[in-house]
Design a protein around this ligand. Structure first.
Ligand SMILES: Nc1ncnc2c1ncn2[C@@H]1O[C@H](COP(=O)(O)OP(=O)(O)OP(=O)(O)O)[C@@H](O)[C@H]1O
Ligand SMILES: [Mg+2]
Length: 241
């Protein structure tokens, strides 16, 4: 495998509601190589979003560590971690999370402006990359679902991250649009050596990556999932050795 870009050690995360505790991540160990394109599958509620949040520095694990490019994500202070995330990690959220009062272009400018730079040119280039140069002045409400998703991708790549996470980026799209949005992500990864982790329920799309990881019962499985409607079995799997 290529040199590791994302590694986890014994990741644990549970949620407590009243007296009930749900153990969502039960000791996840995985290793994803630099430039690899990995699909993450598993049943609804299995913990895909929780795992992605934890890998991206958005959800503190109760136990264990996450290493991005050799850096221990949860061992640094909040400010340093925020700066590291801003520079190194791109994230496409399950429900886009665009700011409704900002135009497409302004949404894409935001991550760059956090570093105090004028990134209008970079933002326009990112919109062009996802085929939306003609929609720069539209508000999210004036865009289709697929267009909003592509704005979210442009925003995630504007700082040229080393790692890109995308949580069901094609969940609400028709199959033709899904295919083209997924291709944009795969091409970006291939062209710039970005390490890509994408959650998907679509078995056909998942075969386009280098590996498929399946999460179930709080662990990463290497074998195929038991058949469940709408869920995806393993294509190949690469849990940590
Ligand atoms: N903030 C929270 N508080 C309590 N429980 C939570 C919280 N977030 C997630 N959970 C629970 O953790 C489990 C995993 O949720 P998660 O969102 O990671 O699943 P998922 O695999 O992404 O599902 P889906 O495919 O439906 O998006 C679920 O049972 C969910 O109810
Ligand atoms: Mg989810």
């Amino acid at each position: 495998m290529a040199e590791p870009m994302i590694q986890t050690r014994d990741l644990h995360r549970s949620y407590r509601i009243g007296r009930t505790s749900i153990e969502v991540l039960r000791g996840i160990d995985l290793s994803i190589g630099r430039g690899e394109r990995v699909f993450l599958c598993g049943p609804s509620g299995a913990g895909k979003t929780t795992l992605l949040y934890t890998l991206a520095g958005l959800e503190h694990p109760e136990r264990g560590g996450v290493f991005i490019d050799g850096v221990d994500l949860y061992a640094m202070g909040k400010r340093r971690q925020a700066a590291f995330r801003n520079q190194t990690i791109g994230y496409v959220f399950q429900n886009y999370h665009l700011l409704p009062e900002l135009t497409a272009l302004e949404n894409v400018i935001v991550p760059g402006s956090i570093g105090g730079r004028d990134t209008t040119e970079d933002a326009l280039a990112a919109l062009e990359r996802v085929g939306l140069a003609g929609r720069a002045e539209h508000l999210p409400a004036e865009l289709s679902g697929g267009e909003q998703q592509r704005v979210a991708i442009a925003r995630a790549i504007v700082n040229r991250p080393k790692v890109l996470f995308a949580d069901e980026p094609t969940g609400n799209l028709d199959s033709a649009t899904s295919g083209s949005v997924m291709q944009i992500l795969l091409d970006l990864a291939a062209d710039h050596g970005v390490t890509l982790v994408v959650v998907t329920h679509d078995a056909t799309l998942a075969t386009r990556g280098d590996h498929t990881l399946v999460i179930q019962d709080g662990a990463i499985h290497s074998g195929p999932l038991p058949a469940a409607p709408g869920d995806v079995g393993a294509h190949t799997a690469a849990p940590a050795p």
